[in-house]
Design a protein around this ligand. Structure first.
Ligand code: GCO
Length: 255
């Protein structure tokens, strides 16, 4: 039977920040599409839980515990995967944090922490993955952006700068690596029901604003990123490069 364009069997996907939330949902979705997954996080217990759940569902899972802001740990993790004979064909740079504070009250240390976690990590992990993908002449890099890759919102300046950077880093990756058979693209999730947004969901006024401002009139669920992630990880997107796909219920499409 002809292999489906969306079949990921024989491929290995590293998903950062995949012990919970959007990362976990995408790791499960890529595994359901046939991929071996490498789970990542910095919390050992959460990682073990996530790995057991995916293994119980019959999936092949590796665990790479590293802090995405720690370059030495990232380099060591890729070397450890090499030593295990695990070649990473797909990277989902998902790990990220949010920090809400007006800029005039924002410490530079907090600014740097958000930029390091949400942007610099994607560069370092992308670089280490590309070093291995280029000789193999194929690879997929999926960077997780945000609405804030395109629009601003008060109190989230470092996050907005980082997510804007993610959009342009993705295009820079395309400029350098497409010639080597690598596709680098991004996903821009809208307002999703995640731990990061719990305070916003529980804020009646903000919740009403999101529901009223989103053409789909609701928040998104983490599993609603899976289809786009599988598409960007699969042969179906072999001629798609440097793009950002917004999964936002239409929020960015309308005034
Ligand atoms: C916020 C939210 C957003 C969402 C998401 C929207 O404070 O506005 O945290 O940043 O998480 O990124 O695309």
């Amino acid at each position: 039977m002809k292999k489906s364009l969306f079949d990921l069997s024989g491929r290995t996907a590293l998903v950062t920040g995949s012990s919970r939330g959007l990362g976990r949902a995408m790791a499960e979705g890529l595994a359901d599409a046939g991929a071996t997954v490498v789970l990542n996080g910095s919390d050992e217990a959460r990682l073990t839980d996530a790995a057991s759940a995916l293994r119980a569902a019959g999936h092949t899972v590796h665990v790479a515990r590293f802090d995405v802001t720690n370059e030495a740990e990232i380099i060591a993790a890729f070397a450890a995967l090499d030593a295990q004979g695990v070649s990473v064909d797909i990277v989902v740079n998902n790990a990220g944090i949010q920090f809400r504070r007006p800029m005039v009250e924002l410490d530079t240390a907090d600014w740097r922490r958000v930029i390091e976690t949400n942007l610099t990590s994607a560069f370092v992990i992308g670089r280490e993955a590309a070093k291995r993908m280029i000789p193999r002449k194929h690879g997929k890099i999926i960077n997780i952006g945000s609405l804030m890759s395109n629009v601003g919102r008060a109190t989230v300046a470092p996050y907005t700068a980082a997510k804007g950077g993610i959009k342009m880093l993705t295009q820079a990756m395309t400029a350098e690596w497409a010639v080597h058979g690598i596709q680098a693209n991004a996903i821009g999730p809208g307002y999703m029901l995640t731990e990061m947004n719990e305070a916003l969901v529980n804020d009646g006024a903000f919740n009403a604003w999101v529901v009223g401002r989103t053409p789909s009139r609701r928040w998104g669920r983490p599993d609603e990123l899976v289809g786009t992630a599988v598409f960007l990880a699969s042969p179906a997107s072999d001629y798609v490069n440097g793009q950002i796909i917004y999964v936002d219920g239409g929020m960015l499409a309308v005034l």
